[in-house]
Design a protein around this ligand. Structure first.
Ligand SMILES: [Zn+2]
Length: 305
């Protein structure tokens, strides 16, 4: 087994395949995304939670391109997006009103206000993935107190899949450790006659209940302990549930921006829109994900046409 304990996703099965799960822990990836934008703590927390959810949801769906999770709201935070490629390159950004976010965060901490309606007011959480032959999309209203609850509501209403989910995130502390976050998700697999044959009907329901309770018994300390591997954590929870691991996959920060892509976007604008962006004969564009700056001349936009 590897001694890598963060920035990986660890898929597993329990109860002879009645349920499948994913455990993910992110550290460096979160630090890079949050610090390169210099985001305040509350946006860091939302980005971290969204990044963990992206890793979990992306690993449930088979895809070969990009998985995108996007939250849109009408409150202090208007937009938040995280995406991940099939080979584990993740990036994210957010648009928000800094003063309103600080006030919302104060309200959440002092008055115990529900985070999602306080940060986003009304809005949606959506995700989509495009593969070579099809695209998959899910959308749910932001009608729950937390992001995890929104995702649970989506699986219950739209997919009718029993799901248990736990997310923990911690901002940097005095010890010099950066951002860290971890999430556990468990889903009951569709009824399989062959697997079900070896159980009694009420036993299957009981096993799901137990597995879900065990998931929630993981403590924040255990989940965010970067000296405890995800396998060891899962073994603590599910050692008597016929636990089976799949190959772990690494996740890291990665942006896919390039001069060519910026040119392609600018070419889609009208001549007038482009002219309005010109300063001293140049158009300067910053990548919203990684902050990289691209300076282009109008000739750059006319070549190759
Ligand atoms: Zn970029």
């Amino acid at each position: 087994m590897t001694d890598v304990t963060t920035d990986i996703i660890c898929p597993f099965l329990i109860d002879s395949g009645l349920s499948r799960g994913q455990a993910v822990r992110l550290q460096k990836t979160l630090d890079t995304i949050i610090s390169q934008h210099n985001y305040p703590e509350p946006i860091g927390i939302l980005i971290a939670q969204s990044a963990l959810l992206t890793a979990l949801l992306a690993s449930v769906i088979k895809f070969d391109s990009v998985f995108t999770l996007q939250i849109q709201g009408s409150g202090p935070v208007s937009m938040l997006a995280v995406d991940m490629t099939a080979d584990g390159k993740m990036r994210g950004y957010s648009r928000f009103d800094e003063k309103a976010v600080a006030e919302a965060y104060e309200k959440i901490r002092k008055e115990n206000a529900a985070p999602i309606p306080t940060f986003f007011k009304e809005g949606t959480l959506s995700f989509h993935v495009e593969t070579k032959d099809q695209s998959y999309q899910g959308i749910t209203a932001l009608e729950q107190p937390t992001l995890a609850d929104c995702v649970l509501a989506y699986f219950k209403q739209s997919e009718q899949i029993d799901t248990a989910l736990k997310i923990e995130v911690a901002p940097p502390d005095e010890s010099g450790k950066g951002w860290i976050g971890a999430a556990l998700m468990l889903q009951r697999l569709p009824f399989d006659k062959k697997i079900a044959e070896s159980f009694q009907e009420n036993e299957i329901a009981d096993l799901w209940e137990t597995a879900s309770v065990l998931l929630h018994s993981a403590t924040k300390k255990e989940m965010l302990d970067d000296e405890l591997s995800l396998e060891k954590l899962l073994y603590r929870l599910y050692h008597s549930n016929n636990l089976h691991f799949f190959i772990q996959r690494a996740i890291q920060f990665g942006c896919r921006c390039s001069k060519d892509k910026v040119i392609r976007v600018l070419k889609s604008f009208s001549e007038q829109e482009r002219q309005e962006m010109v300063v001293d004969g140049k158009i300067k564009v910053d990548c919203q994900f990684c902050g990289k700056s691209y300076t282009l001349s109008l000739e750059d936009l006319t070549t190759g046409e």
